[in-house]
Structures are given as C-alpha cells and as structure tokens.
Write a protein that binds this ligand. Structure first.
Ligand code: CUA
Length: 345
C-alpha cells in the first residue's frame, strides 16, 4: 500500500516537474519573442531624464536585494535536500512552536519589505520636483497629442522640443477620456484626466529623440497614440520655439500654391488650424508647421509625401475609427494638398 502510494506520489511529482518545466520554457520563449518584438521601442533601462534615471537605480537596488534573497533560499533548499537524502527514512525533527524560529522568519521578511518600502518612498520623493510653473500643456485627444505653449501663443501636435539640463514642467489635460502621458526614458507615467489638471516634472539629461506614448487604454487606437519628445540644446530649442510661433509659410512650388488655394475651400478648416490662413478648427491637430514634424497621425506613419497621400486618401484604412474622415478628391488635388502640407516647415 505504502509502496504504491510512493510510486503514485513520485509519478505525480514527475508530471508536476514536467508541467513546471513546460511553463518555464513557454515563459522564457515569450520573453525572448517580446524582446525581439520590442526592437525600436524605448529602452527604459537607458534613461535620458532624471525621473527615469532614479527609477532605473531603484529597480537595480530592488533586483539586487531580491536576488540575494532568492539565492539564499536556493542555497538553503539545496542544503536541506542533499542532507535529507543522506539520512535514513525517518520523520524530520519538528520545529512547531519554536518561538525563536517563528520570530526570526517573521522578522527577516518584515525587515526586507521595510527596506524596499524606504527605498521606494525615498525615490518617489526625489522624483517629485518643486513646482516652478508649467512651460506648456499637453492635451490628450483620441488619438493624438496637443502641445500648447500659451505664453508664445502657439500649439503644435505629436512632436515637442525641450532644452537639455533644464527642469521641464508640463501640465496634463484630456479632452475626452483618460489618457496617460509617458516618455519611458524621461520618467514615470502620469494620467491625463478630463476636467482635472495633472503635472509631470523632470530634468532631461541627454539630448536625443525619445518616443512618448499613451499608457492608459483609451479606445481602439490607443496603441497608435505616440509622440516624439526631442531633447535638444538650448540654442536649437530657442530656434524651434521661434519657428513654431511664426504663422504658416507661403507656399512656393506650383503644386503647393494650388494646394494652399484648395485647402480652405474643402472641409479641412472645420477641424484644423493653419495660422495665417482662414483655417481655425480646433478639433484636430494644428497643421501650421506640419512639414517640420517627423510623423503623421500620432506617429502611426513617418512623414513622407507617399505616406501623407495614403493617409489623405483613406485615413480609416491607416488608423481605423480615427476621427479623420475620408474626403473624396481627385488624385491631382490630393497631390496638391500633399505638396502644400509638406512645405509647411
Ligand atoms: Cu490615449 Cu491610450
């Protein structure tokens, strides 16, 4: 009876072990695939801003502490297994009711958790920079980003510049549902709630082009709500601010001139603004300096004439359920619009 029980137990243990190995193998494969898919995605372990740097430090501290804990447990387990095997089959010595051991294995985890808590609270307090007033406001829309610089009287979309080594303070708002502002290499995520202003503050430490994204599910195109966060020198930042505050350029190429005459006569102006023209819509992105941006449709596509043409021809194909309608136009007029918009540097 007891022999059969042991066999059954061993069989069960083997199956359990095989299942564990299978799950671990699948998890490792999934991690590899995820890492492969993540090519071109922001690398949170390579911070470019003060908040992200502190988060990475905290992560490394926690991983180190937990690695020591894990290693200690594994070593103790190995000792018990090896020692226990050598002993003849007999009941192990019982420790139930041993006050000293009970206190010890309650105290050790409590101390570890307390250390993790102190480190986390300390980092959180360090990340929170003092309020020096926001330089600009970021507004979340389904599914694009507005950047509003009220003191310079301009708005732009899906691409924003900030100077390196200077504290950045951004007010965060939403016009529709809850979005979340996140530039992974700058700092943590902050929600953008309708009817409430939140703030995010950090110091960009390295120049570069960083991908920002929405990290709160906000509808069908949540995954294609991205923006470019460009950290640059103070001189280039001033030049960008100066250019953005100017009204739209006058088109020069023949096709662009035709596009510039055409665009106020079709529906574009009911949603888009082009400063210096009669177009004053506010529902969609401000297009005054559209040609200066790297992406289209909140970075769904790169800003090239071919991609812009595809976008104008059928926005719903590129980004299903986006708020941009399809406006039927002959190909020649579509090409004129593309030429005009690309000249709006
Ligand atoms: Cu906006 Cu997700």
């Amino acid at each position: 009876m007891s022999g059969r029980y042991h066999e059954r137990f061993r069989g069960g243990a083997r199956r359990g072990f095989a299942r564990c190995a299978l799950i671990l193998g699948a998890a490792a494969l999934a991690a590899l695939l995820l890492a492969a898919c993540a090519g071109g995605q922001p690398d949170v372990l390579r911070p470019g801003g003060s908040g992200a740097q502190k988060i990475v430090t905290l992560t490394l501290q926690i991983v180190s502490i937990l690695s020591v804990v894990l290693l200690t447990v594994w070593i103790l387990l190995a000792i018990v297994i090896i020692k226990g095997r050598r002993r003849p089959e007999s009941e192990a010595s019982q420790t139930r009711g041993n006050l000293g051991i009970e206190i010890l294995w309650t105290a050790i985890p409590a101390i570890i958790v307390a250390v993790l808590l102190i480190l986390t609270v300390h980092t959180t307090l360090q990340i929170a920079l003092p309020n020096r007033g926001a330089q600009f406001t970021s507004v979340g829309h389904q599914w694009w980003w507005e950047f509003d610089f009220p003191s310079e009287s301009f708005k732009t979309a899906n691409e924003v510049y900030v100077p390196v080594d200077r504290p950045v303070s951004i007010d965060l708002k939403s016009t529709d549902v809850i979005h979340s502002f996140w530039v992974p290499q700058m700092g943590g995520k902050v929600d953008m709630n309708p009817g409430h202003v939140n703030h995010v503050r950090f110091v960009p430490l390295k120049t570069g082009r960083y991908l920002g994204e929405c990290s709160e599910f906000c509808g069908v195109q949540h995954g294609r709500m991205r923006f470019l966060f460009i950290v640059t020198t103070p001189e280039k930042y001033s030049a960008w601010m100066h250019d953005q505050a100017l009204p739209a350029r006058t088109p020069t190429g023949a096709e662009a001139v035709a596009g510039g005459q055409l665009i106020p006569t079709i529906a574009c102006g009911s949603c888009h603004t082009i400063r210096g023209t009669t177009m004053k819509g506010t529902f969609g992105p401000d297009l005054t300096h559209f040609g200066s941006r790297s992406g289209i449709a909140a970075f769904t596509l790169l800003n090239t004439p071919q991609n812009l043409l595809a976008w104008l021809q059928d926005p719903q194909k590129v980004k299903p359920e986006c708020k941009m309608p399809q406006i039927p136009l002959p190909l020649q007029e579509q090409q004129q619009l593309v030429a005009y918009l690309e000249e709006l540097k």
